[in-house]
Design a protein around this ligand. Sequence first.
Ligand code: AMP
Length: 282
Amino acid sequence: MKVLKTIDEMKAWSRKVRQDGKTLGLVPTMGYLHEGHLSLARQSMSTCDRTVVSIFVNPKQFGPNEDLDTYPRELEADRRQLERLGVDALFLPTADDMYPKGFQTYVHVEEITDQLCGKSRREFFRGVTTIVLKLFHIVQPHSAFFGEKDRQQLEVIRKMVDDLNLDVEIVGLPIIREPDGLAMSSRNQYLGKAERKTAQSLHEALQQAQQLVAQGESSVATLRSRMRTIIEREGRAQVDYISVCDPQHFEELEEIQGKAMIALAVHVGKARLIDNCLIERI
Ligand code: AMP
């Protein structure tokens, strides 16, 4: 596996891939890799001739009181996992290379970034779209792979690609979970033993809501209150939002008719956890 540490090295490598007539897949990550990340890399490897995984803890997507400094980093273990998987290249840019002194250009997707995570993380999506667009320009992939765990992020990226006529296929892939249902996340690392148990309640709440809808429940107020009860049961979780919304624009619903998304963001100890699922009431 080629380890590329500068933008110039990355550009030269991907230029060669394209010159050779090969397709290129990109998997952007912030590292501390788990099975969720690896599932994206595997999918890229099965559909593209070459796969590059990027690891960059993007300072522009962290707010001033967020966990940029403590975000888990384990570069050597990540490198070994990707090598074992058979990924072709690992891109490891530095913050100084990505955001040199004087950097002042950002990409902002409007409206859909005002909802859900955008309400409590004001800088987040602007940071995400800016880094993803930079990565697209540097790597010039044919396809890029993202997880549905961050479904709002996935839709924001799709919107950017659509609005700016970018020539890259965006592939969204299902949430990978721990055996007990907790969505895998690098931030799960922050959870102590009791918190880890509380964290399971997010998935439990989603399942309960899905079950209620399957039984005919259509009132969002009822679903929200049942989910909140489950999540707050042990007194260790602090809900940021419990949303039942339309899956494209993330506007809150009152009644479920047809497709909807349930999305949660919950603070458990130092971790801010998110999870979501799609539902359909026929
Ligand atoms: P991150 O390193 O957390 O920025 O995530 C990098 C990519 O991996 C994003 O596209 C995430 O949506 C995706 N991802 C993270 N966790 C999971 C998971 N549990 N299942 C599927 N994809 C995931």
